[in-house]
Design a protein around this ligand. Sequence first.
Ligand code: FES
Length: 111
Amino acid sequence: AACTSEQASGDWQTVGTVTQLDQDGQLLVQKWPTVNVLVVSTSVSENLIAVDPTCTHSGCTVTWEGEDNKFYCRCHGAEYDIDGQVLQGPATEPLKTYLTKIENNSVLVKQ
Ligand code: FES
């Protein structure tokens, strides 16, 4: 997976099915179990990215703009690249990222 954030602890948990992910190109899970997670797939479906879609500027939920390969916040226009790094302010901190993978028909994320 492209997501390489290091998480010291936590378990892999299923957040949805590959069928769901392929339908929309993304999978938003709210309160998983305490935070939100947004899994998106780039052109190759094995290339998964999982982030906490909570904008680090003021807490709006960012959306994935698949055509531009970036996350976008409607509230004040912040943009993040596929690794969660800030492309455009007003946000200054990156999105939190999670490890994610596919097993059989399940999409798993590690918190
Ligand atoms: Fe996202 Fe302000 S809350 S840019």
